[in-house]
Structure formats: structure tokens, C-alpha cells
Design a protein around this ligand. Sequence first.
Ligand code: RUB
Length: 309
Amino acid sequence: MRIILETAEKIRRLEIQGARNIAIATIKALEALATQTKAESKEELLRELYRAREILFASRATEPLMRNAVRRIITQVERSSERSVKALAEVISSVAKLFLRDFDYSKEIIAEVGAKRIKDGSIVFTHCHSSTVTHLLKKAREQGKLFEVICTETRPLFQGRITARELVEAGIKTTLIVDAAARFFMNNADMVIVGADAITSEGNVVNKIGTSAIALIAKEARTPFYVAAELLKFDPATMYGDYEKIEERGPEEIWENPPEGLNIRNPAFDVTRRDFIHGIICEEGIISPHSIIEVIHRRYPWIFSSTLP
Ligand code: RUB
């Protein structure tokens, strides 16, 4: 269980950040747990997996991609006719490999499709650090396109600096701005592309705090606002009435030594309504947020049957 505890701690501390990286780390941790386990029966192994699920789910609240992957892996073990722990470890390993392969596939398609929307000479606005978005931008650059990126620093933890560094290293002209300057620079931008942590059944998107304000500003400036995200970020629980839980982080991230009595709030994410989203760039192409349920039903029907707990 040590690998699970260590991974969860890295995720909690944002040493591993971004929905995709979190899901990948989680899947690898489960695979490692299955090979290292001392469990002697299927029941014992399942008990360990349930405990791992609890620990991983608690590491960050707004991560359905991670939850979908963990649930899928556990369901496959529960349903397997295998009884030996060794054979079940192989089941986990093969589901894990499929997931990782699908993630890579989705990332490539999203980059291919999204890069087509980036025109020479254009300015792309982004927020926070999304590995999906940076991959897309790098792909467009590899294709020889010359464009610029404006990225926000992303308070309080400055993930925008990760984006800025990656893009500069990829030879993309990049300008870093404070979050509050988003409106000041929006008129210069030709499009916004952000990532997502969660997609709800209504086609709304949950992403880093500040995303919904950027979407609002983009709408006012008539700048197309795209979300680049794989469909597995869909949270099936939202279909059955739950709201996506928004993670609230500690006040020390905002101010280490605040005056006594001061109230500090630090939500990590916010919800951007579908009416503000031009399109979701995903492994099925560019889709309207309105069609999300239909597309997910077609591509990942299993997602609806594994919503517990
Ligand atoms: C990261 C964030 C990213 C999404 C998508 O927030 O909001 O836009 O997770 O990332 P945090 P990816 O830094 O708090 O995890 O495209 O890599 O899945």
C-alpha cells in the first residue's frame, strides 16, 4: 500500500498535477500494487484495491478521469473468473495498458484535430497547465505553424509557469500575464484553448479556477473558446444528479501568514457553462458540449455502469 500512499501524497501536493498526469500516476500505482501485493486470495486483493481506491479518490476531489480508470480496473478484477492473485495482477496490468494506450491515442487525435484550428500568425490564449493543450500547441508548431501564446500565471500555485516554460522550450513565442490581465489581453487573442478536469452530463466543463471568467471575457470579445479534453473526463455521477465536487485547498497557498481572523477561500476549479464553449476538442473530433452524452454513450458505454461508490 506504500506506493498508493506515496502517489496520493504527490497528487495532493501537486507534485503530480493535471487530470491526465494524475490518472496516469494512479493507474501505474495500481499496477505496482498488484505486482507487489502480499494478498493470498482474490478477496484479500480486492480489499486492498478498495482501500487504494479510497486513498486515491481522497487525494483530489475533482478528478473523474482518475476515478473512471480506478473503477474500471477494480470492476474488471471483480468480474474476472480468475482466482489466483498472480492471474488477477495480470488482469490489472492489461486493463492498465489499455488505458494508457487509449490516453496516448486520444492525446494524439486531440492534437491533430486542434492544431488544424490554429492559423499562422494567430494568438492563442490559455490558462493553467494542461498537458493536452501544450501537446496540441507543440504539434501545431511541429507542423511549421507560426503563432503566439498568451498564458496566465495561474494563481495561487503558478501552473502557468509550467506551460510557459514548455512552450518556450518548444520554440513557441509565449507571453505570461497575471490572471487579472485576462480581459486586457483578450482582444488580442484569436482563440482560447483550455484543458478540463471534468465534463458534466449537461456539457459543462470544470477546469482550473478562473476558467469560467476567461470564458465570459472571451464571449464578450467574440473570441472562440475551446476545451481540449478526452471524453473519459466525463463524470457519470453528474448524470444521476450529483454536482461535480469542487476541491477547496488550504488558505496557506494564498497567504502563509495572514492576519488573524481573516477568511481566505481557495477553490481549485470552477464550472464553465456549455453556452460559453465553442467546442470540445476530443478523441471523437470537435463536438458541441450539447452532444456529450450521445458521444460518450457511443464511445464508452461502460462508463455509465460503474458509478459506485
Ligand atoms: C490543472 C488543470 C488542467 C486540467 C487538464 O489543474 O486545471 O487544465 O487538469 O490537464 P491542477 P490535462 O494543476 O490543479 O491539477 O490536459 O493535463 O489533463
